[in-house]
Structure formats: structure tokens, C-alpha cells
Design a protein around this ligand. Structure first.
Ligand code: ATP
Length: 235
């Protein structure tokens, strides 16, 4: 569903991505770990078509993003670290607005149900988003993503700043995405959450994917230890 083939991108003299190969299949949750500047966001931005690779390919459902950006984007839902919403509109009004942009046509009632399924409290649905917490805004983001019914979900540090309960609820929602056969690629600094939710975990550094492991094969301590080994190694 998601494939990076020798994805390479340089900014000035700096190599942000060095021949990155990555594959995320249907129903998989792939968590990308790595220090600041490792290239996680650049990878996601290549799949979104925000960044053009110098060489290599980013494929979404077999569609080359660089050649057919709009077509590829139809298959993608994206949740950034901070979901940008209209503060003077309610959660439901935001969802109605952003959903209309996808060209799909769910009824208001159906969209309301998407919001509730994303975990937004019923009494918040009609309140202005300006008064929402970060976790509540993320839930609207999840509802926008689920209502789009995209095959692929891209997330860039979606749980940063969420309290543990909200972060846990977020994991449950990701699991639901995965159970529906969607592919999920999530960049995160949260080793604990990655271990909890991922099917596979990749560690990036200096634009390279250093290792990929099945989450089931490591416990939290082992993951932290593998991560630290890579961070302290010369390369
Ligand atoms: N538009 C840009 N112009 C110049 N350099 C950039 C640009 N985008 C990314 N970079 C550089 O590419 C490298 C990788 O950045 P990227 O944002 O992909 O890292 P990251 O792993 O997501 O980091 P973080 O965990 O801090 O979000 C960094 O050195 C960054 O400064």
C-alpha cells in the first residue's frame, strides 16, 4: 500500500533521505522512530507529495506520488502533530467542511457518528473548536481521516503533547484503522506507544532506515536498548 524505493532527498549539502526503502502493507501499523532531523517528516512529506525526492519513488497503492500526486492523495488521510481547524466552527462544522473538500458525501448524521466513534464527547460536538483541548482536536482529525475512508493513514507525531489516557485512546483508534485493513505509517518519538501499537518498528538516523523489527519481538526495555545502541553508534 505504501512503498518507498531508494527514496533520496538532499537539502543543500544535507542529505535528509539516503536511498530509503520502506514498505507498509494493508492492516499494518509501521512506526518510524528516530532523533530530530532523522528524516521522518521528509519521508511522510514525500508520500504526501509536499516534498519531491531527488531520486527514488514514493508509491501509494502502486501510484507514483511524484507523477500522479492528486490521484495518490485520494488514497491518503493525514494527521499532523497539530490538527489545524477553524476555531470559530464547531467540531461537527469543521468535519462537514473538511469532508466536503474530499468530494465524498456523508450526511450530517453520519459525520456526527464519525465524531462520536473517534471518541469526541457528545456535548462537545456542537461547541466551538477554539475551546477544545489538543486531544479533542486530534479526535476531530481522526474523524476527518476516517470519514475519508482512505486506504492509507499518515501520522506525524500525532500523540505529542497528549496525556496518557488520550494517547491510549488514540492507539485504540489506530488499531481500528488497522483492523479495517488500512496501512498506517506513524512518525513518533514515543517508544512506549510505538511498542504498544505498531506491527513493525523502524529506526531512522541520518536519512537511513537502520533497522526494522516486528513489535511483537521486543519488549519496551529491548526496544529502548536497541534504539540507544543505534543513537550512540558512530553511524
Ligand atoms: N524544507 C527544508 N529545507 C531545508 N532543510 C530541510 C527541509 N526539510 C527538512 N530539512 C532537513 O532535513 C533533515 C530531516 O528533517 P525531518 O524534518 O525529516 O526530520 P525528522 O526526523 O522529522 O525530525 P523531528 O523529529 O525533529 O521532526 C533535517 O536536517 C532538516 O533540517
Amino acid at each position: 500500500m505504501l512503498q518507498a524505493i531508494a527514496l533520496t532527498r538532499q537539502f543543500g549539502q544535507h542529505k535528509a533521505l539516503c536511498a530509503l526503502d520502506l514498505h507498509v502493507g494493508p492492516g499494518e501499523i509501521f512506526c518510524l522512530l528516530g532523533p530530530n532531523g532523522a528524516g521522518k517528516t521528509t519521508t511522510i512529506n514525500c508520500f504526501l507529495g509536499f516534498v519531491q525526492p531527488d531520486s527514488g519513488q514514493a508509491l501509494v497503492n502502486g501510484i507514483n506520488v511524484q507523477q500522479h500526486r492528486e490521484q495518490a492523495r485520494k488514497h491518503i488521510a493525514y494527521i499532523p502533530e497539530t490538527v489545524m481547524l477553524y476555531p470559530y466552527l464547531s467540531g461537527l462544522e469543521n468535519l462537514v467542511f473538511f469532508h466536503a473538500l474530499t468530494g465524498m458525501h456523508h450526511s450530517r448524521q453520519e459525520l456526527l457518528e464519525y465524531l462520536l466513534r473517534a471518541g469526541l464527547q457528545e456535548d462537545a460536538v456542537h461547541r466551538r473548536v477554539g475551546g477544545y483541548s489538543k486531544g479533542m482536536r486530534q479526535k476531530v482529525g481522526i474523524a476527518i481521516a476516517t470519514a475519508k475512508q482512505a486506504a492509507v493513514l499518515l501520522l506525524d507525531e500525532p500523540t505529542s503533547g497528549l496525556d496518557p489516557a488520550a494517547s491510549n485512546e488514540f492507539s485504540v483508534l489506530l488499531q481500528r484503522f488497522s483492523n479495517e485493513g488500512r496501512a498506517v505509517l506513524m512518525a513518533t518519538h514515543d517508544l512506549y506507544r510505538a511498542r504498544e501499537v505498531a506491527s513493525r518498528i523502524g529506526i531512522m538516523k541520518h536519512g537511513r532506515l537502520l533497522t526494522v523489527m516486528d513489535a511483537a519481538d521486543v519488549d519496551h526495555y529491548a526496544l529502548e536498548s536497541i534504539y540507544m545502541e543505534h543513537m550512540t553508534a558512530a553511524r
